[in-house]
Design a protein around this ligand. Sequence first.
Ligand code: FCB
Length: 480
Amino acid sequence: MTPSDPGAATAALRFPAGFHWGAATSAYQIEGAAAEDGRTPSIWDAFCRTPGKVHRGDTGDVAADHYHRFREDVRLMAELGLTAYRFSIAWPRVRPTGRGPASARGLDFYRRLADELLAAGITPVATLYHWDLPQELEEAGGWPERRTAEHFAAYAALAGEALGDRVTEWTTLNEPWCSAFLGYGSGVHAPGRTDPAAALRAAHHLNLGHGLAVSALRSVLPAGARVSVALNLHALRPLTGSAADRDAVRRIDAVGNRVFLGPMLDGRYPEDLFADTAQLTDWSFVRPGDPAAIHQPLDWLGVNYYTPAVVSAAPEGADPAREDGHGAGGASPWPGADRVAFHQAPGERTAMDWAVDASGLYELLTGLARSRPGLPLMVTENGAAYPDEPGPDGTVDDPDRSAYVHAHLAALHRAAADGADVRGYFLWSLLDNFEWAYGYARRFGLVHVDYRTLARTPKSSARWYARVARSGVLHPPGTV
Ligand code: FCB
């Protein structure tokens, strides 16, 4: 190995004992069994059935059939040397219709899953909301309605009470930015509404739901349980150093990052966000006690990161470029930022067309360490889609994924050396699964899923990741 070999610099990177080596999934993307044991439809069941919304009309009806195969999947996790597993609980499975009585059968599934994980020495990390709002609550107004936040807190208490004896790591929301702005702004995600003012109301009620759920969880969970939230923070770069491009960064930072970080971690919304969106709403839906209710102490913050975003001011009269990486919709997911253009970041791209650039992860982690000293961090999602298919001998070779993960783990390690208190890494995803509006046409898994037979085949990246997880040393890929 020569000094110019990029592997040389990272050959001996060692992670601390106790670092969580994980993988992540979510309920609707893998479980299937959509109408079993009392589960009621979620907004994604409805969205998938709306013509033209999801690639080829794919649905999560069967997905990876994890609901029936979870024992096999936990065995796979154990073979991969995982020490933690991040999954989500389906609200419409454990509290059908969103506000009715709990479903014992639904809760039992997660009890069995947690038991299986614990028996394999794998820490369960449960997310309460990974985008599957019960359809009945959407019909009552969805996240733009305050009541949804209250229903969410009641569901959190119910889940915490039922599973708190087994699950100690809890996350309230996954990526509320996507729920609010892709769900109610650009409409590329369920429920598919395109109303910027409703998207801002949704963001606030997601924040409120988070705060109320943290309090509800703390009142039912045993001491020692830890509560968190997972945000898809945008790592932003101005296209040029001009004042106008720097202001574009500020605007996207406000409506992409600080709209959640502000109330959750500081107990207040950023003033510039109010000013940027004043033509859409007066924010009177934020009631006086809300910021304090949202501002709850967190035990750790989850950071989901895939790619950076490059933004600029749009030239007068031109239609702003919309390569923001979230799928094309007729409407924008960025309220108050109509004059901001998005540009493709340079470098190699994944099958999502997302640029591979691990420096964004380093910047987010070290930025949080500086601005929020003392707050432990966890990378709750990071990974890449590639068009993986089995070769003639049945094996799946995905060197691009190993290279992607290697680069991001090296960036995480560097951020930790520079002061970020990062406790774990959850690779998205354990299995190939239902990738939202892209249906089954994007594969993010360490493990290949044949959707005809539902057979699981660990890819070469899985073998490499297993070696890293087992040794706690970041071996360069290709050395396994
Ligand atoms: C994140 C989602 C996750 C998955 C990855 C690729 O935004 O949280 O469910 O779709 O992107």
